[in-house]
Design a protein around this ligand. Sequence first.
Ligand SMILES: [Zn+2]
Length: 176
Amino acid sequence: MSPPSEATAVHLPKSALTTLSHRCAGIGAAGVEALREAGYRAGSDVLAALGESAGDVRYEEFLSRLDTALRRAGLGSVAYEPVSPSIGAVFWRGSVEAGGSRTDGASCHFAAGLLAGVLSRTAGRTVDVVEARCGGGGARPCWFLFGSVETLRSIRPRLSEVREAVDRGPQEAVGR
Ligand SMILES: [Zn+2]
């Protein structure tokens, strides 16, 4: 764990991040990867600003602190939901990238990278994140799942099935 950094923050209009995200995602896999990488780096800086050490806090408590940091940065708000011993979920309301997205699938790639960066650093190992359902900028939150690389590898092929089950409850969607 590196000491808290003095990373410089820039404040962009939300529309700039929304446009950047949509344009990058439109490029395809390389654009999505760039967004996730940028998000991952931002997550590391957010974590450093929170001054947390790996393994010091529970996800629930940690996500509550992250929620405060994201609200302050104008990036929305997050809440933690346990799903199973190996999978957790994060509900993200007001994701800047979700506005105007045309699909229920993953569209908040910067946010997914940010969560992966924050959670990996907190856990002290690689934590993978996938957006199971995007809220599309409406009233519904975006719904992210996180777990080990191996666990999410087994979830990814049946994401559409998971998406359909989300409204019946996270446990039912992925808990088998
Ligand atoms: Zn989303």
